[in-house]
Design a protein around this ligand. Structure first.
Ligand SMILES: *Cc1c(COP(=O)(O)O)cnc(C)c1O
Length: 399
């Protein structure tokens, strides 16, 4: 038997990653094993809403770990009851099922919609999703996604997903048939490069789905938990009440927690339909409570909205200085259009310079800092990016 010789070789190679090992995080910063510090505008992929290793989460984990990790999914535990109650009170939904990842929460949403179809709509099972949408990496959630690169993979896909175009209500209407049970979308398409559904489109979708008796499912795994500023959930900006919502990423503040929420009418699972060993375990629900306790505060949400507006205006100034494109998104989920496929090169140079940025598409940079990011941290990021863009501009003029 041969064994991996280099530590990196013992992990499956599932994506290109720098050969750097991170060992510590605090607030807006990460440190690698050589002691180099990085300013982090990725934050676990829009996950660490309170920054790296916030004391509130460290304390919640330590306290709950000493008390109870999990009594098994066959029994109730105090933390999951409290967190479910708090989420119901903070939203338009009536019931919660906890999951361990966003994809798993979305699998639950898809199953719930199919169950609803079998109970109330004569077996209708089709869900209308959107081109460019991203819902996860399980077979059903890859099938629901409208990501081009997923199309040839792992055939045959799970059937029952038809793709409409974002912000084009006609394209949705066209796909509705007797087989349709739901429409599912992200209020802002994150992985596609931060493409918002307009508030008007969300309202049109709500009206259309009501008219046809269809469920409206919002995937707020990236947009939820204050990410868009001012409101806890992005759909609230449009003033709509969906039937089903999924949460992930920010809900655990860096710990693996996700949730499926539904209104009383849509919440139709029966015994045996849904479950999971770690779902709703005390440890992660205690973390969720610590996160929600801070994020749901009106003052916190307002500060995140203000930080988002500040970041947006600083990015616009940067864009004007370098002749780049628009800034899009909302709150602290923003993208800068680079107009050229230079995103990966900028990300690589930023990494060298100790700045963590993400290019969801070759011609765009995405910014998803902690929701408590400071003006000073934003200034530091802009300064670093400014220097890289200046060098890139000079290189282009020479070439
Ligand atoms: C990240 C993400 C998912 C998948 O969540 P995982 O925790 O990676 O499974 C699903 N939908 C959206 C909108 C996401 O951003």
């Amino acid at each position: 038997m041969t064994h991996a010789t280099h530590p990196f070789d013992a992990l499956m190679e599932i994506t290109a990653r720098p050969k750097t090992v991170f060992v510590k995080g605090e607030g807006a910063y990460l440190w690698d094993d050589t002691g180099k510090r990085y300013l982090d505008f990725i934050q676990g992929w829009a996950v660490n809403c309170l920054g790296h290793s916030p004391p509130a989460i460290a304390e919640a984990v330590a306290a709950q770990a000493k008390l109870l990790l999990t009594p098994s999914p066959a029994y109730h535990n105090a933390a999951s009851l409290k967190l479910a109650q708090a989420l119901v009170e903070a939203s338009c939904f009536d019931q919660v099922f906890f999951a361990n990842s966003g994809a798993e929460a979305n699998e639950g949403a898809i199953k719930l919609a199919r169950k609803f179809g079998s109970l109330h709509r004569g077996g209708a099972f089709e869900i209308i999703t959107f081109e460019g949408g991203f819902h996860g990496r399980t077979l059903a959630t890859m099938s629901a996604s409208g990501k081009k690169a997923f199309e040839p993979l792992f055939e045959p896909k799970v059937p029952g997903f038809r793709k409409a175009r974002l912000n084009d209500i006609g394209s949705v209407k066209q796909l509705i048939s007797a087989n349709t049970v739901a429409v599912m979308l992200e209020p802002i398409q994150g992985e596609a490069g931060v493409w918002p559904a307009t508030d008007a489109f969300l309202r049109e979708l709500r009206t259309l789905t009501r008219e046809h008796g269809l469920l409206l499912i919002v995937d707020e795994i990236q947009t939820g938990m204050g990410r868009t500023g001012g409101k806890l959930f992005a759909h609230e900006h449009a003033g709509i009440a969906p039937d089903i919502m999924t949460l992930g990423k920010g809900i655990g503040g860096g710990a693996p927690l996700a949730a499926l929420l539904a209104t009383e009418r849509a919440s139709c699972f029966e015994h045996g339909d849904q479950g999971g060993t770690f779902n709703g375990n005390s440890l992660m629900c205690a973390v969720g409570l610590a996160v929600l306790d801070q994020v749901a505060q009106p003052a916190f949400l307002k500060a995140a909205a203000d930080a988002g507006l500040h970041l947006e205006s600083e990015l616009q100034k940067l864009s004007a200085r370098h002749g780049l494109g628009d800034v899009r998104g909302r709150g602290l989920l923003l993208a800068l259009d680079l107009k050229l496929p230079i995103g990966p090169a900028i990300v690589a140079q930023a990494f060298e310079a100790g700045l963590l940025l993400n290019a969801p598409q070759p011609d765009a940079l995405r910014f998803m800092p902690a929701l408590n990011v400071t003006k000073q941290e934003i200034a530091e990021m802009i300064e670093g990016l400014d220097a890289i863009l200046t060098r890139a501009g000079a290189a282009r003029r020479v070439a």
